[in-house]
Write a protein that binds this ligand. Sequence first.
Ligand code: KG4
Ligand code: ZN
Length: 342
Amino acid sequence: TAPQTVLGLETSCDETAAAVVRRHADGRAEVLSSVVGSQIAAHAPFGGVVPEIAARAHVESIEAIAEAALKEAGLGYGDLTGVAATAGPGLVGGVMVGLSFGKAVALARDLPLVAVNHLEGHAVSARLGADLPYPFLLLLVSGGHCQLLEVAGIGACRRLGSTIDDAAGEAFDKIAKAMGLPYPGGPELERLAEGGDPTAFELPRMLLGRKDCDFSFSGLKTAAARLAEGVTHEADRRNLAAAVQEAIAGQLAEKSERAMKAYAQAHADAGLRFVVAGGVAANRTVRARLEAVAQKNGFSFAAPPMAYCTDNAAMIALAGAERLAAGISDPLDAVARPRWPL
Ligand code: KG4
Ligand code: ZN
């Protein structure tokens, strides 16, 4: 297949992002640029993402960010072979901004459009700049999602398990908020947990007895929030943060191991690869626990570089490029979807 040079656009939550990725004829992916404009400052006073503020901020910055990505890549719109925009799932006001901008570029430059599922973007993110062949077992853990997937190729995901209540990142964020940490709480909680003693607090370990690959974090969230009320000393706060982090990492590792055992039976001859992606993959304790479990079960371990764990447009551009290489594109009336399971 011919090389693809794709502009990716990501506006489904609180980052306005654009990137240019080149997929070479041999399938190798090269990130030519990746620009992420964070809206953290705009949402921080509210302790979380405000959809209306997010949509307006995307409108204000999408064009400048797309142009910055092209400039950083040393290219113009005329050098592109396609445009890929997140079409969901996410905050629909924001999704519409990036998708509409992508449609405008596609129309004006007569380029194919790919309406990318944000989750598929996370699913391919570990292939950015690394040699990771299909198929692989994926733990996708972000602020909105927590699922185990068998990824056989682009557009070929099968779900093995998912959360029955909160996503892991959501649990990090809500517990951090209950502990008085600023938004976004995940990375703040990781920082606070450094040097803390995770055994100092006992927290419920949800669903560990169940034989499936589903997750649950609501019990942990309630228990941790209640404990947080009585904790004031800095050392206790550190210990509680460490215990929370350990409980989340432990559940992710336990369910991943269960999925590995099932996956290994079906895929032994294709090679056993385990991948973690999404914002929570940036957490070092989570990564370490997962890597240990992968090693123990004979799986190789991969995670995207930190910059491609949290939301970015390089992963959207790569998903788009892989779809274009497979002959798949979308009509210009593709719709924004607030919900869109993989
Ligand atoms: O993938 P992402 O940027 O957005 C979604 O698609 O949801 O993930 C954001 C989530 C947030 O919940 C954030 O708190 C969490 O990832 N996160 C972390 C860390 N960095 C980001 N959670 C724990 N530790 C971190 N270092
Ligand atoms: Zn995401």
